[in-house]
Design a protein around this ligand. Structure first.
Ligand code: PLP
Length: 399
């Protein structure tokens, strides 16, 4: 459920939302409260099941003042009633999937997405008695046809890894609702600057804060935002019992990162647009996928659903192995490394056999359409906020 929580403009909220009013020395920047336990002056239940909004600070696995500032800021940016921070994107993802799903339940999930999520759904959830149906979410009919009476959750990712597919959040949320299922959206590639999934009917929005939200490649974190009703059991069970809590120091670094998220996303988009155009015109490049390009097969949906096309580009060349080797040896500015959304540009080759056959276990038409776009591998390029001319020169040299 969406809640309009923004009192000020997005730039102001990114700097100030969730700020606690500090007493004592009254620091202007947030304090980092690293304490794992808190001195209490009243009787407090020792069970996380009895956690309420009024429970005082007790133990950092249940809640922490610095972490709370981060959660409040994320909730405001996502128009959510509440938000929970986790130790990583995967800690957020697995806590949510384990907490919502149980034996006999059914999950409908996008068939190309973050590999960790795909592998967890297939290898782990299936082992715990959850049935999983991966579908290509580009066609809403695939989602509709996969729904069953026991479908409890639909999980989508938009834009998705690494094909940059755009899932129609509003359309899929209607299907989920009609079947009494919840909808979770991994919105890591979009960030709340581009898309607010809860406003479009989603029940959960999931982020790897390690990526653009933290933005500097120096702190891991994850989050799930949604209604208070859905967040309460996720906090007591999914956070406190599963235990994937974020370090308050990382929460503080990510809070600091968020202050510049709106302007970084503008810079990411502007640079990505320039690089996507450069790559599309380059004779050595066989294909470029970027939601901001008119050539993207879902460009119209992207323009409707996203206020910012983001900084992620995927592209392919004829001899990807040789280019990857040149990149590792010869790139000067861009780092040949995984991860994404950082101020630094990062590029990494995602092998089709490893992803499409391994992580996604695609077959038949789905495998063919993956190969048609990705060939034997896609370079996933996270365009940073450096000068576009320097990024173009760096790539041009290795191409
Ligand atoms: C990185 C990523 C994750 C996992 O996040 P970690 O912080 O690495 O655990 C999940 N989903 C998407 C889309 C990601 O890019």
């Amino acid at each position: 459920m969406a809640a309009d929580r923004k009192k000020y403009g997005i730039n102001t909220e990114a700097v100030h939302a969730g700020e606690a009013r500090h007493t004592g020395n009254r620091p202007s920047a947030p304090d980092i409260v690293m304490s794992s336990t808190f001195v209490v002056d009243e009787e407090v239940s020792f069970s996380a099941n009895n956690l309420t909004e009024d429970t005082p600070w007790m133990y950092t696995r249940w809640g922490n003042p610095t972490t709370r500032e981060l959660e409040e800021r994320l909730a405001v940016l996502e128009n959510a009633e509440d938000c929970i921070a986790f130790a990583s994107g995967m800690a957020a993802t697995t806590a949510l999937l384990f907490q919502v799903l149980g034996q006999g339940d059914h999950l409908v999930i996008a068939n190309t997405n973050y590999p960790g999520t795909a592998e967890f759904a297939r290898d782990t959830l299936m082992r715990y008695g959850v049935d999983v149906t991966p579908v290509n979410t580009n066609d809403l009919a695939n989602v509709e046809n996969a729904m069953r009476p026991e479908t409890k959750l639909v999980w989508i990712e938009t834009p998705s890894n690494p094909l940059l597919r755009i899932a129609d959040i509003e359309g899929i949320s209607k299907i989920a609702k009609a079947h009494g299922a919840l909808l979770a959206v991994d919105s890591t590639f979009a960030t709340p600057i581009a898309t607010r999934p809860l406003d479009l009917g989603a029940d959960f929005v999931v982020h790897s804060l390690t990526k653009a939200i933290g933005g500097h490649g120096d702190a891991m974190g994850g989050s799930v935002c949604g209604s208070k009703e859905l967040m309460a059991p996720l906090r007591s069970e999914g956070l406190s019992h599963y235990g994937g809590v974020i370090s308050p120091f990382n929460a503080w670094l990510i809070l600091r990162g968020i202050a510049t998220l709106p302007m970084r996303m503008q810079a990411h988009e502007q640079n990505a647009m320039a690089l996507a155009n450069f790559l599309e015109q380059h004779p050595r490049v066989d294909g470029v996928i970027y939601p901001g390009l008119a050539s993207h097969s879902q460009h119209e949906l992207a323009a409707r659903q996203m206020d910012n096309f983001g900084g992620m580009i995927s592209f392919r060349v004829a001899d990807g192995k040789a280019l990857a080797e040149r990149m590792m040896q010869q790139l000067e500015v861009i780092h040949y490394a995984v991860s994404l959304g950082h101020h630094r540009s990062l590029v990494y080759r995602m092998l089709t056999d490893e992803l499409a056959l391994g992580s996604y276990a695609l077959e038949g038409e789905e495998l063919e359409s993956y190969r048609a776009l990705a060939g034997d591998g896609l370079f996933r390029f996270s365009v940073g906020i450096e000068d576009a001319e320097d990024l173009i020169a760096d790539l041009d040299r290795v191409l």
